[in-house]
Write a protein of this length. Structure first.
Length: 278
């Protein structure tokens, strides 16, 4: 009886810890609520207890990227659904040099620690995941902030490569399907003559397959569940399917009530669909 009671107590404590968000979950909660200072504070404390873990450094880089995209207005739907505006070089952006320096340093911190882990175990899932994130946010920075869309493709290929390696190790590492899904959709959106010269591992360039993978992350993902919904809302607007965008934005605005951008974009879609604010 005592053993059963002790086991029951251990299970209850374990369940309690499982229910409580870890440092990364809490940091992402603040990041998606556009509270980047709090996000970094949480990540800093988490990293102090795990200085050799590459994953929190990857999310640190993500927070620097989201701050810059937000500051420059790149997250606005008008920007993200207009390819001409994305590629426009005349509209020179003015990146925050200090934020860029911190972003680059965070990427380097990921690579140093992940490379060391992968030398010991080439199938280390956390190291593969961290590299997948790091190369993914580096792709976005190059494409959207630095306006180096074509050059960013080589970095995107590296991110996809790490995602594919991770999925071979663990097909149920659902967050990795985000990168795979974005790669599918992105490649499928490129002109045919460009796709002829661009090859991504295990990517056919199918928009439909890309959307299916993003929906999988929206259902089963952990860290990237909200980001997959952001991508699906953008794709819904790009593909002239505002009802789908409305669905994802409604969930995002509910889950992250402090995010003014989610509320603003949802209001735009509701207006387009003739939905009353009340």
């Amino acid at each position: 009886m005592l053993r059963i009671q002790a086991l029951s107590a251990i299970l209850c404590v374990s369940a309690l810890h499982a229910a409580q968000p870890n440092g990364i979950d809490a940091a992402l909660q603040r990041m998606y609520n556009q509270d980047y200072v709090a996000s970094h504070d949480i990540l800093d404390r988490y990293i102090a207890t795990r200085p050799q873990d590459p994953v929190p450094y990857a999310f640190r880089a993500s927070a620097y990227l989201f701050y810059e995209l937000d500051r420059l207005g790149i997250l606005e739907s008008e920007f993200l659904i207009d390819d001409k505006q994305i590629a426009e070089k005349k509209k020179k952006l003015d990146p925050d040099p200090l934020n860029r320096e911190k972003f680059v340093r965070a990427i380097q911190d990921v690579e140093t620690r992940a490379d060391a882990a992968l030398e010991i175990n080439p199938d280390d899932p956390q190291a593969l995941f961290a590299m997948c994130i790091a190369q993914g946010v580096a792709t976005d920075y190059m494409a959207f902030v630095e306006k180096k869309q074509f050059s960013s493709l080589s970095v995107a290929k590296r991110s996809n490569g790490y995602a594919q390696r991770l999925l071979k190790v663990d097909p149920k590492f659902y967050d990795a399907y985000l990168t795979a899904g974005i790669s599918e959709y992105m490649l499928g959106s490129l002109p045919f003559f460009v796709r002829w010269f661009v090859h991504f591992d295990n990517v056919a360039g199918s928009k439909e397959r890309g959307v299916d993978r993003l929906r999988l992350v929206a259902r089963e993902g952990h860290y990237f569940k909200p980001f997959s919904k952001i991508m699906l809302s953008i794709i819904g607007l790009r593909e002239k399917r505002p009802q789908e965008a409305q669905q994802w934005l409604t969930e995002l605005a509910r889950d992250y009530p402090e995010n003014r951008l989610f509320r603003k974009e949802l209001a735009k879609v509701n207006t387009k669909l003739g939905v009353s604010a009340n």
